[in-house]
Design a protein around this ligand. Structure first.
Ligand SMILES: NCCCC[C@H](NC(=O)CCN)C(=O)O
Length: 431
């Protein structure tokens, strides 16, 4: 496959040629951290970038801060093979790009440029359509889920993106997540003069927190529940009449998440019963599904990654690692997808100020670009090898069949079902 080899080389050359522009793009995003659905500067930077590179851009694609950029090679007799690359670009409150989404955007852009450059340099075996989707609101909300609902993934064959971490990995089992806001309503009273007249909403909040801590003993090791008290009252001498908590519930499958949700809701409700408060449980964001594995895609990515200098832990280590959650999970229920993790030259952990610094560092560039090369090379393998695509489709079908999806949940369309950045335990060998 001399042509494939030549194309892979071309991917690397194009990405290197464009490296300064790509670096500037991710730097500009990094310097202006924006929260979910409000990523106006990042959106503007990315849409201008793709327009200037002669891509067909649909800015404001179904969402204000989403976009779609497309390019297609010349038509052949076969229907086009449709490859999607995703760019995330939302940041975290107060600590900026602490999950490195500026680098995710750069990887998506670089991989798309590299793949297009390679396909323009040869006569590809079939027509290829490349779509870059700008997907807002991963840290909160789930922009990809809005885009799934709008049909954005419907005709794609494979979707690829990569996420910054502490090491390179082909697949880490990101968990399904359900966010819940818990509100307790009590009755205010003078806390010293007439405490018996009050109904203490803070007591309910503390009981709820402790109920969850007690439940933890009976949780499976892969389950995660963590929360904060957003409102704990206003003054010590006023019995709090209102408190508010926010919790994230996570589990490795939709079935486990439904179980965990039931148990956790019992903890929240019983705290209300014990204190005489009223309770309100609500969720304002989409549930994220677990990320389905695709062995063939992950293996192909790792083979390419090794060619550009990556080191990977064993598959078993990867499968036992914990990450967080992502709305890419829902994408993997729609279309075969790959969501590898990549080293950015730092040992810092995601969601810390140190990681923000690392994501904006010059050092991260080398690792970010080699990740983009590996993603684009993986796309080339899919394009040049029809058997590979067949195997990817088989893996996808099997992974979906193996999910024990609770009744009442239609993963195809009912996105109101259940599904972190904790530490990524995959370490780089050299660290
Ligand atoms: N609705 C809350 C979503 C939180 C998503 C967040 N994602 C990441 O950290 C990216 C790594 N997969 C999380 O897992 O906390």
């Amino acid at each position: 496959m001399a042509l494939l080899k030549q194309c892979k080389q071309q991917v690397c050359d194009v990405i290197e040629q464009e490296s300064e522009k790509l670096h500037a793009l991710s730097q500009d995003i990094w310097k202006t951290p924006e929260l979910a659905y409000k990523e106006h500067t990042a959106h503007q930077l990315l849409t201008s970038f793709f327009s200037s590179q002669a891509w067909e851009v649909q800015a404001h694609y179904h969402l204000d801060t989403a976009f779609r950029a497309q390019w297609s090679s010349e038509a052949t007799d076969c229907p086009p093979l449709h490859v999607g690359f995703l760019c995330e670009y939302d940041a975290m409150p107060e600590i900026g790009h602490a999950c490195g989404h500026n680098l995710i955007a750069e990887v998506g852009a670089a991989a798309a440029l590299g793949l297009r450059g390679a396909l323009e340099s040869v006569q590809p075996p079939r027509q290829v359509q490349i779509t870059v989707l700008g997907t807002p609101a991963e840290e909160d909300g789930g922009g990809k889920i809005d885009l799934i609902k709008a049909g954005a993934f419907e005709d794609m064959d494979v979707v690829l993106m990569a996420h910054p971490a502490q090491g390179d990995a082909g697949y880490i089992p990101d968990e399904a997540i359900h966010d819940v806001t818990v509100k307790y309503y009590g009755k205010a009273s003078h806390a010293s003069a007439y405490p018996w007249e009050g109904i203490n909403a803070l007591d309910a909040a503390i009981l709820a927190y402790n109920n969850i801590s007690v439940l933890r003993q009976q949780m499976k090791p892969t389950w995660r529940v963590h929360g904060i008290i957003k409102n704990g009252g206003v003054k010590p001498n006023i019995i709090p009449d209102y408190t508010e908590l926010e919790f994230y519930l996570r589990a490795p499958s939709l079935k486990d998440l439904a179980d965990l949700r039931e148990k956790s809701y019992a903890c929240f409700n019983s705290a209300a019963t014990a204190t005489g408060c009223k309770v309100e449980l609500s969720s304002s964001t989409h549930d994220f599904y677990d990320v389905l594995p695709n062995k063939t895609l992950a293996k192909t990515y790792k083979e390419n990654g090794k060619q550009v200098g990556m080191w990977f832990a064993s598959e078993e280590t990867e499968l036992n690692a914990m990450a967080g959650s992502t709305d890419f999970g829902n994408v993997t229920y729609e279309v075969p997808g790959l969501h590898p993790y990549f080293y950015i030259g730092s040992n810092a952990f995601n969601h810390t100020a140190e990681y923000t610094e690392a994501a904006g560092s010059e050092k991260a560039q080398y690792y970010t670009l080699r990740t983009a090369k590996s993603l684009a090379m993986t796309a080339l393998d899919v394009i040049f090898n029809p058997d590979l695509l067949e195997s990817i489709r088989q893996d996808w079908k099997m992974a979906k069949e193996m999910e024990d999806i609770p009744s009442g949940i239609d993963t195809a369309r009912d996105l109101n079902c259940r599904a972190g950045c904790s530490s990524f335990h995959i370490k780089n060998k050299t660290e």
